[in-house]
Design a binder for this molecule. Structure first.
Ligand code: PXP
Length: 260
């Protein structure tokens, strides 16, 4: 199982004071030394964490492949074509959200999506679509000709947090769901089974499968055990732990959980 470390949250801390540190660029050598496989960053339209200059420096200096997440916005796509990361993951974006709340809507009218994928691929970047785990989405991703899909694991993470009393990402809790324990356990099992089946389907369609969002040291094991998922992208929980253990140890701890 490969690990992409999402280092946006280092920039979140810097932007909270609008100062110069911590600089996400300083994470590159540590992430590499800890044995992770990829650097993941999200260049948001509102630039709330990673700035253009961060993306430029990170892509230029990283010896690990860089997976750049971004919205399907022409201004951002133009920048991405200049930056030329190894992979571009297209994600939905809402200005008012705290984090990416769901997968990209790829069903409906997707002329703009098709044109963007083609443009990125013509410039020799791999393209990934961040999608909710449904068969329709997987089939559409295949039709759109992308190399990768990334399943949004937010629903799984939410259910897990509800069952185990908010271990990890507290803000993921959905208050409306006061469900009995048995029902929650079943829903978590169903979600894992959906991810397992769909990643198998995707692999048979020659799509590479990643997953991420809300994964942490408590909930990652069941997802890491799905053999057909090649890569996990994890940010918040690793950077949160790094405050207490240092970034290298936080990544090593996560890597231990990904051994299958
Ligand atoms: N993958 C994608 C596509 C994301 O947008 C995010 C969040 O930025 C992540 C993975 C990582 O999520 P988290 O920070 O909750 O680990």
């Amino acid at each position: 199982m490969k690990l992409g470390v999402n280092i946006d949250h280092i920039a979140v801390l810097r932007e909270a004071r609008m100062v110069a540190d911590p600089n996400p660029l300083d994470a590159l050598s540590i992430v590499k030394r800890a044995g992770a496989d990829q650097i993941t960053i999200h260049l948001r339209e509102d630039r709330r964490h990673i700035q253009d200059i961060d993306a430029l420096n990170i892509i230029y200096h990283s010896s690990l492949p860089v997976n750049l997440e971004c919205a399907l916005a022409p201004e951002i796509i133009n920048i991405v074509c200049e930056l030329h990361p190894h992979r571009v993951t297209l994600v939905p974006e809402k200005r008012e959200e705290v984090t990416t709340e769901g997968g990209l809507n790829i069903l409906g009218n997707n002329e703009q999506l098709k044109a963007t994928i083609e443009r990125l691929q013509n410039e020799e970047m791999e393209v990934s679509l961040f999608i909710d785990p449904t068969l329709e989405n997987v089939e559409m991703a295949k039709e759109l000709g992308v190399e990768w899909i990334e399943f949004h694991t937010g629903k799984y993470a939410n259910l897990y947090a509800m069952l185990y009393g908010n271990l990890g990402n507290t803000h993921h809790t959905i208050p409306e769901l006061e469900l009995p324990r048995k029902e929650l356990v079943q829903m978590i099992e169903d979600e894992i089974s959906t991810l397992r089946t769909l990643s198998c389907d995707a692999m048979e369609m020659d799509l590479k499968v990643a997953a991420g969002h809300g994964l942490n040291y408590q909930n990652v094991k069941d997802i890491a055990d799905i053999e057909t998922i090649e890569e996990l992208n994890i940010g918040q929980s690793i950077v949160a732990r790094s405050i207490f253990t240092g970034l290298e140890q936080a990544i090593l701890d996560m890597k231990t959980l990904l051994i299958r």
